[in-house]
Design a protein around this ligand. Structure first.
Ligand code: PAF
Length: 283
């Protein structure tokens, strides 16, 4: 695997390549990232991964400084798996040599809801860096995890609206045996919090079960779920049942008629904020 730090080196490595499959990450790689690389390998050649902790997508009171930076061990993991041909690991100066005055602004009905409501500017920061990374790597395929469901949707819509010739592939959420979705932020959980953390997924499962059993009162399904988490010590940002196609709230009619849904949640356990989601489809 070649490790490059500049856009010039990256372009040298990729000259003439027409089927590049790309996996953008912020590093601190875990098995879910490695699964994205494996999927990338099935859909393109060569596979390029990036590691860049993107300041633009962090709010002023968020964990940009604390975000785990583990480049040496990330490289070891990628070397061991042998799926990635080039790792692009730019520093901040390389990606943002000057203030980023041109930025992608996702529409508020997608970028301003759910995560966007609690993390203002987050999807603008994500879209901007993803567009820049796409411009550096020029992939034909890029892989994103479904754990960041809204991010996946924002990126897909951005590609469609800017007519970017990149096919976006989604990988299912990878979970530990107890259901906790893998995330770089799980390392921040204290042992007792780690033991409680799978409750987020169990709560999503109860909402799904409620819908599949014929429940259509969204407010009560969401409210019960949020209350369960709160009673166990979680600080809940949202538990929300949405339509898969646009992340808007479904009507009771749509729920009953089998509209594909997704329940999404974000909540803090101690100082660590976790997100998760579960698709709900009536057969
Ligand atoms: O999901 C992530 O790790 C980041 O949001 C991404 C897509 C690499 C952009 O910084």
């Amino acid at each position: 695997m070649k490790v490059v730090h500049t856009i010039e080196e990256l372009r040298d490595q990729l000259r003439g390549q027409l089927r590049v499959a790309f996996v953008p990450t912020m590093g601190n790689l875990h098995p879910a990232h490695l699964a994205l690389m494996k999927l990338a390998r099935q859909h393109g050649d060569p596979v390029v991964a990036s590691i860049f902790v993107n300041r633009l997508q962090f709010g002023p009171n968020e964990d940009f400084d604390q975000y785990p930076r583990t480049l040496a061990s990330d490289i070891e993991k990628l070397e061991r798996e042998r799926d990635v041909y080039v790792l692009f690991a730019p520093n901040e100066r390389e990606m943002y040599p000057e203030p980023q005055n041109f930025q992608v602004q996702p529409p508020s009905d997608l970028g301003g809801i759910l995560e966007g409501e609690f993390r203002p500017g987050f999807f603008g920061g994500v879209s901007t860096v993803v567009l820049k990374l796409f411009s550096c790597v020029q992939p034909s395929v890029a892989v994103f995890g479904k754990k960041d469901y809204q991010q996946l949707m924002v990126v897909r819509n951005m590609c469609r609206q800017f007519q970017l010739p990149v096919q976006i592939l989604a990988h299912e959420t990878v979970r530990d045996a107890d259901g906790l979705a893998l995330s770089s932020r799980n390392v921040f959980l204290q042992p007792s919090e780690r033991a409680e953390a799978p409750q987020l997924y169990s709560t999503l499962q109860s909402v799904a079960t409620g819908v599949l059993a014929g429940g259509s009162d969204v407010a009560s399904l969401e409210g019960q779920a949020a209350q369960t988490l709160a009673s166990r010590g979680w600080d809940v940002d949202y538990v929300s049942l949405r339509r898969q196609r646009d992340l808007l709230a479904p009507s009771p009619q749509e729920i009953l008629s089998g509209e594909p849904l997704v329940v999404l949640a974000a909540a803090k356990l101690g100082a660590t904020r976790l997100i998760d989601n579960l698709e709900v489809c009536k057969k």
